[in-house]
Design a protein around this ligand. Structure first.
Ligand code: NAD
Length: 357
């Protein structure tokens, strides 16, 4: 039987509740598709501060490095708001991403046909549903480039530098093309090559990698301003979007809001190997922690991404996504509830997805 080791970081707030449901679903998928998952629990965020004094203990880094992949709930909460900046729960999050060398952030923007009414877009724009994957470069570009203050013609000025090396562009391009091979085999590379030199390098490198290594994937290029417009005008044209850190930051938020509900949005961060960090994009929702009102679907869908992208279990991933769709037909957690459906708790939603599987 295929076996995988998964590091599990439940985190704070609703983290433990939603991760528990994701694990139930993963186990059910394992039974059905013939693999076994072994879980290695470790501390991250506020719970780690309480136990060890730091948000990211070394044991957690070691557990994640030793695992085939990592599943994360969410971290943070008002209890730790007074903690000094360098020890805050969110520092643990940045720390683990850095320690694992994660340079690619994957954010799917999916509209389940069942939740079409939650989208701010008109039904005729959404059509039969939407499935976009935004691949954002995570460790380079203007957020990490040279910056400073200086005086320009007697006036105070500030500057930030967008810089990408060829290897940085090559590796993020490869991630995007590989993802596209598991989907509809279309990549749209987004840049501002009409203005920025860094974008001109980006465009030429992505084109070369596509031509040399992924001739089976269709590649197009789009300026970022046009892409921002196309995402709300005709989002169905996109399969995989690959872009730089700053453009990806903005476009992935735009794309994810098309789906309308924060409790449904999964994400993954990948490094050089197969292992990744999978987590919902929402936070620890301290306002509803412990009430059973949390929506576990973003975490369940993150677990499905883990099966697809890190563990090579695409059938199980697709089955979980179909089971989520099935569960949504009759039942909703409070955040996505609508007239005519049954309102269920976090646990009940997990159970319904397992049942549908
Ligand atoms: P949040 O995402 O936790 O919550 C925003 C709103 O969405 C809240 O009303 C919450 O109840 C709701 N919500 C979020 N997830 C939900 C779910 N699964 N089901 C139902 N409702 C859900 O953002 P926030 O309130 O700004 O932050 C709360 C804490 O989380 C802070 O400490 C923040 O720093 C932290 N945070 C952590 C992460 C992370 O772990 N990746 C991300 C964002 C914020």
């Amino acid at each position: 039987m295929r076996e995988y080791n998964i590091a599990v970081l439940k985190g704070d707030g609703i983290g433990p509740e939603i991760v528990e449901e994701a694990i139930r679903v993963l186990d059910r998928a394992g039974e059905k598709f013939g693999f076994r998952l072994r879980y290695h629990y470790a501390l991250l965020g506020g719970c780690a501060i309480d136990e060890t004094g730091v948000p990211l203990p070394q044991e957690t880094v070691d557990a994640c490095k030793a695992a085939d992949s990592t599943l994360l709930g969410a971290v943070g909460g008002p209890k730790w708001d007074g903690v000094p900046g360098d020890r805050r729960p969110e520092k643990g999050l940045l720390g683990i991403r850095g320690a694992l060398g994660l340079f690619a952030n994957l954010r799917p923007a999916v509209i389940f046909p069942e939740l079409r009414e939650a989208s701010p877009l008109r039904p005729e724009i959404i059509g039969s549903g939407l499935d976009i994957l935004v691949v954002r470069e995570l460790t380079g570009g203007i957020y990490f480039g040279e910056r400073g203050r200086r005086t320009v013609e007697g006036a105070e000025a500030a500057y930030d530098t967008e810089q990408y090396t060829v290897p940085e562009i090559e590796r993020i391009a490869r991630v995007a093309f590989q993802m596209a091979r598991k989907r509809q085999k279309r990549v749209c590379s987004v840049d501002k090559a009409n203005v920025l030199e860094s974008s001109r390098l980006w465009r030429s490198v992505v084109a070369r990698i596509g031509e040399e290594e992924f001739p089976d994937v269709a590649l197009s290029h789009m300026y970022v301003d046009n892409c921002a417009m196309q995402l709300v005008r005709n989002p169905g044209q996109f399969d995989v979007i690959v872009t730089s850190n700053i453009f990806g930051d903005i476009l992935s938020d735009e794309a994810s809001m098309i789906s309308g509900s924060i409790g449904m949005l999964a994400s993954a961060s990948l490094g050089a190997g197969k292992a990744g960090l999978y987590e919902p994009i929402h936070g620890s929702a301290p306002d509803i922690a412990g009430t059973g009102r949390a929506n576990p679907l973003a975490t369940i869908l993150s677990a499905a991404m883990m099966l697809r992208y890190s563990l090579e279990e695409p059938e199980a991933a697709a089955a979980i996504e179909a089971a989520v769709s099935q569960a949504l037909k009759t039942a909703r957690t409070a955040d996505i509830w609508t007239e005519g459906t049954r309102q269920v708790s976090c646990k009940e939603m997990g159970a319904l997805v397992c049942e549908a599987l």
